[in-house]
Design a protein around this ligand. Structure first.
Ligand SMILES: Cc1cc2nc3c(=O)[nH]c(=O)nc-3n(C[C@H](O)[C@H](O)[C@H](O)COP(=O)(O)OP(=O)(O)OC[C@H]3O[C@@H](n4cnc5c(N)ncnc54)[C@H](O)[C@@H]3O)c2cc1C
Length: 500
């Protein structure tokens, strides 16, 4: 399974990915698992990050990593806890039907270090210290250029190059949305005097690593974002909220971020695609950005691999935008709502009190928590069975060789046809030989967050990204009802079979 690619400037690859951040590394892994030759171009000399940025993973991201057999690495490095919150109001998911009913407190720097080790094990080539300056798109390839003169040629180019994406700009894809209304300054500093920890100044002050104090404070002037932040700016923000700068000194880093909320109007221009922050940016409320990017890549990887191999039609790539654009659009709306709830006036305080009361009730709490944790994602329209378009739960199955978990079966990113009723014999449908068939039994319940318990399917077709493409129950008149259509929609026609 593992491929070792030459670590040089080999100019031709099936896919060039720009950016070795969370989205780029996840996509590189997904493509490599599907045996696609990929190279990642990254301007940073090492995987180390200057500022921590994300401080956690949500439940669906932990599940996605579990589907690839690497969740334990992240769990061992972080702290499982109830990290979900809406406008700072905690949302508990410990009652959700998932093997991971929690989030993970984990710095982005640790997340990226573990991902970098994983893609290294997979043999992914990462060309560092290279700044991509642009590309030219041709009928059968994309020509990519770097500032140092490196020239690469690929069948597809994916921009995972963050919010200022050169790839998005060169592809002339509009980044539509809303300008920032606030700019935060963010640092970890040593202090002479100990400040009280807690929320204030549109942000907060709290403990940080190595005895430092973490400071995130809103600045008065949103145009500050155009200049590099200094220690004097940090001191001024502290004096503004607390009347003293506590002798702040020796910052580990100082950065700024805003609530700019923008989304690419399309995620694809011919042979060029974008994912992660290159496709969407928003305020970090609820800690959703990194999670979105990783899941963009898991959605895109198998589709791009199948189109490159010719086992699925080119139109499969369009389902990437169709499925992921609405998910990010919804996150943008919820972060804008969270921003609105942070205004510092009596009317907003009154509204916030009502939201706090509402979120103490089960239904509103689980609705919002399922959205923030990513567990309620539903691709496509409502279908015959509620599982279709939703995440496959991690069930414990009994097979002829023993017990296994559905997520264990997904480690190789295969498509699976799981037959749970030997008498129903699904799989006579045309194309069933295109996916890996598992015969198993399962006696537990089928339960989804928010949706609740569903009719137990007698067979399910699971996509490589862990979403259900088709399901049938014992009540269906034909056990293959709709299976042939689902197989040809997601996994190509009989004529386009090769290599799977
Ligand atoms: C203060 C803050 C707190 C946050 N907290 C959270 C949180 O709690 N949870 C969460 O999920 N998210 C959080 N986020 C968001 C999260 O950090 C981003 O969503 C995430 O990093 C996006 O990943 P990405 O891979 O899409 O882009 P990036 O992480 O931006 O990676 C892009 C990569 O591309 C490289 N690159 C860019 N241009 C080029 C080029 N031309 N040539 C070569 N390389 C290039 C960059 O060096 C970089 O390594 C936070 C963000 C901030 C600012």
């Amino acid at each position: 399974m593992t491929r070792h690619h030459a670590r040089d400037n080999n100019a031709e690859h099936q896919v060039v990915i720009v950016g070795a951040g969370p989205a780029g590394m996840m996509l590189a892994a997904e493509l490599t698992l599907a045996d696609i030759d990929v190279v990642v171009i990254e301007r940073r000399p090492t995987p180390a990050l200057e500022s921590p940025r994300s401080r956690g993973l949500h439940a669906r991201t932990i599940e996605v990593l579990d589907q690839r057999g690497i969740a334990d690495r992240f769990i061992a490095a972080g702290t499982p806890m109830q990290v979900q919150a809406f406008a700072g109001i905690p949302l508990d998911i410990s009652d959700f039907p998932t093997r991971h009913p929690y989030g993970l407190a984990l710095l982005q720097s640790d997340f990226e270090r573990i991902m970098a080790d994983w893609i290294d094990e997979l043999g992914v080539a990462v060309l560092r210290r290279r700044d991509v300056t642009g590309f030219e798109q041709h009928d059968d390839h994309v020509a990519v250029t770097c500032a140092d003169g490196t020239a690469l040629r690929a069948e597809y180019l994916v921009g995972c190059d963050g919010s200022r994406s050169v790839i998005r700009k060169t592809a002339d894809i509009d980044f539509a949305g809303w300008d920032p209304t606030v700019c935060w300054i963010h640092t970890e500093v040593e202090m002479d005097a100990q400040p009280p920890f807690g929320l204030r100044g549109g942000g907060g002050i709290g403990p940080a690593t190595a005895g430092r104090v973490g400071v995130t404070l809103a600045e008065l002037d949103v145009d500050n974002r155009f200049s590099d932040p200094t220690l004097d700016d940090v001191r001024a923000a502290l004096i503004h909220v607390d009347g003293t700068d506590y002798g702040a000194r020796n910052p580990r880093f100082i950065s700024r971020f805003t609530d700019m909320t923008r989304q690419a109007v399309t995620y694809r221009s011919g042979r060029v695609l974008i994912a992660g922050d290159a496709a969407h940016v928003h305020a970090p409320f609820g800690g959703q950005g990194l999670n979105l990017g990783v899941q963009d890549s898991v959605n895109l990887g198998w589709k791009l691999a199948r189109v490159i191999r010719g086992t699925s039609p080119n139109t499969l790539l369009d389902t990437y935008e169709a499925e992921r654009h609405p998910v990010a659009a919804r996150v943008m709306r919820n972060t804008m709502a969270q921003r609105a709830l942070q205004a510092d006036d009596e009317r907003t305080t009154a509204l916030r009190e009502i939201v706090v009361d509402l979120l103490a009730l089960d239904d509103p709490r689980s609705q919002l928590a399922a959205m923030i944790s990513g567990l309620d994602i539903h691709y496509g329209p409502d279908a015959d069975h509620p599982m279709i378009g939703r995440r496959m739960p991690d069930l414990e199955l009994t097979t002829a060789t023993g017990t296994t978990r559905t997520y264990d079966l997904l480690h190789r990113a295969d498509a699976l046809l799981i037959s749970l009723d030997p008498s129903a014999e699904p799989g006579h449908a045309t194309g069933a030989d295109r996916v890996r068939r598992i015969d198993a039994t399962y006696t537990g319940t089928w339960e989804l967050p928010v949706v609740g318990t569903t009719d137990p399917p007698t067979a399910v077709l699971v996509r490589p990204d862990g979403y259900v493409a088709w399901a049938v129950t014992a009540n269906a008149t034909d056990s293959d009802d709709g299976l042939a259509d689902a197989l040809s929609h997601w996994f190509g026609t009989a004529n386009s079979l090769a290599g799977h």
